[in-house]
Design a protein. Sequence first.
Length: 665
Amino acid sequence: MKRILFRAVLSTFFLLTLTGVQAQKQKTWQLSSPDKGNQIQVVFDGGIKWSVTHDGVRILKPSPLSLEGQGWDIYPGTAPVVKVKYRSVTDTIRTVAYKKSIVVNQFNEMELFCKGDHSIIFRAYDNGVAYRFVTRKPGEQVVMQENVSFNFDGDKTMFIPFTSDIRQGERYSCAFEEFYTRLPVSAIPSDTLGYLPMMVVVNDSLKAVLLEADVQDYPAMFIQKDGTGPDALKGVFAPYPAREEAGAKYWINYAVTAREKYISKTSGTRSFPWRVIAISDRDAELLNNDLVQQLSEPSKITDPTWIIPGKVAWDWWNDWNITGVDFKAGINTETYKHYIDFASKNGLEYVILDEGWSDDWDLTKRNASIDLQAIIAHAKSKNVGIILWSTWYAITRDLEKYCAEFAAMGVKGFKVDFIDRNDQKAIRSCYEIASVAASNKLMLDFHGMFAPQGLQRTWPNVVNFEGVRGMEYMKWSADDRVPEHAVRLPFLRMMAGPMDYTPGAFRNRTRKNAVPSNSLPQSLGTRCNQMAMYIVYEAPLQMLSDNPTIYSKEQACTDFIAAVPTFFDETNALDGKFGEYVVMARRKGQDWYVGALGNWTERDLVLDLSFLPSGKYQALIFRDGINATRDATDFIREERTITPGKYTFHLAPGGGFAIKLTPLN
């Protein structure tokens, strides 16, 4: 009898235990965006998986996520969820040097607290979703791997840049400057790395863009084919550098010659980067997305009034190739004084001294033809600031000394180049450079690096980033993919943040007659296409890439691009179709600036200005000339009075238009 009773009690115990385990395994949590359009479902089944739908259309099938440490891991199978906390937030973010002065920050949040010392936060916005891990562990911790997976619902078409421009033969080191490749998920080579941002075409109208935000003291994410299914991708992270070497045979930076087995050594009490999916069923909505700004750490600069973005007369792209002067042009004091005079005459805030003013490896070794102090003094007398180029290697040899020394000389900032990595050490270095530069009131333009991921909000003295295949490649290749690439960028790369595409070419060529040239570089597409980039592209520090000689011969166009602001009070994405055309309106004060870019397809665009306050406006218009299909430099400049309404503009192949609207009293 006792044995039977014992068996009954034991059976009941196992049944209750099994029931508890099954209940835990079957636990599901839901989160919706404020407008109910985006939904996140989180399921516990021995691990944790999330799935995403938009208005009932499934974007992401259940996809596992986890974080593995040295001697610990975050799998809710071993640390069950013990508490769930929900909150809804509506507030505003006052921005610095951004496409709008105020960002409305509205979201619903769900935090799953797991037994022990970690939690997972999910957020749902009207225009996207995100999640991140949070740990509360003592001391420094080693992160072996973060497992990020994206299991799409079907073999979707993707637009993704691959790391083909490898540095030093090391697969995790590249320039992050590739065209976007279009292909289905199943066709991605299994051994190839892609990087963010990238786009998934869910259906004819619905698109999802993968991003990350607030990547601090941690590697950024690559994307690779996941062998678990034909429609699955996974995140890949560069392991921490174990050995670095420097020297001419390793390019102009540090070369990683060995890596550890872990991806990060970091504080055990911290929030990890956000994994983000921006979602839109209307292409134009992607043009005005603020998720990276919303999800990143607020500014650490309490008084940002010294951060003065603006236009830059840039030397490198035009090969210092000025004419009609009485000195030999090149990397010398006389040439830079000429650039300064040009900048002053046209109201440009800065001149960059790009590669060549100093040794690539040592900032103390100056070009004998450069009198830096005389150049800075001349610039100051003309109310023009000087920005200096440096390799990442050179400036980090003695970061605090160089920032203090050059700031004391009157330099306004640095263009830091050839970072070419996104591992934890490189990202930590970027934040350190930003912090030290800020303490010396220096602005930064990061080149040869990954796309921004929120650094620009946390340290707004970082006013621009490369991480894009920009105009520089026209010096080496007249690739006719450029106009289509140029109208993909606002829907993709620009969602991550500012973009130093370096527009402003005035040697404009059609598809048939462009040729590469180092000293007389050209652009593919029309003059008005280049001018519109100053409105469409976000670049608080924006280049005028051509030379003062050609700008002085084209003063009407120069006056326009020099006067377009580089940050705005309001942005309105009027129209756009990914890879085909984009129409953007931006407001500064009472003036509106409207720009449009098109691909190689000639078209008529209807510009709807009904959003403007009622009244009359003086319109200064630059549009493609009737012969722009033959000679891409052909344009029409006109001024007329208009009222809110609809207007039709014709775009030549690779065309565009640029408009300034000033209200009339």
